[in-house]
Ligand binder design. Structure first.
Ligand code: SF4
Length: 81
């Protein structure tokens, strides 16, 4: 999956580095490093990081953003999976 972080938006809150440490890392107090070509197996932690970013700075191509989000019983069928 390709991902981009809008560094003009990013405020260095580090939520993403906490939730997807194999993709994001903080360098010092504010600089964010990330792997722009994350493996598919990172889709769950990545979805959590996208959802948790307070400024919606993380954009991921081809990510099912519902991955890793708990669903109510019976909800799966309504999503057409
Ligand atoms: S969670 Fe968002 S604002 Fe915080 S470091 Fe990650 S991309 Fe930046």
């Amino acid at each position: 999956m390709r991902l981009v972080v809008d560094l003009n938006r990013c405020q260095g809150y580090a939520q993403c580095a906490f939730l997807a440490p194999d993709v994001f890392a903080m360098h010092g107090d504010e600089a964010l490093l990330y792997n722009p070509q994350a493996d598919a197996e990172q889709s769950e932690p990545l979805a959590r990081a996208v959802a948790a970013c307070p400024v919606q700075a993380i954009l991921v191509e081809g990510l099912d953003e519902t991955a890793g989000v708990p669903t109510a019983p019976g909800e799966e069928a309504s999503r057409g999976r």
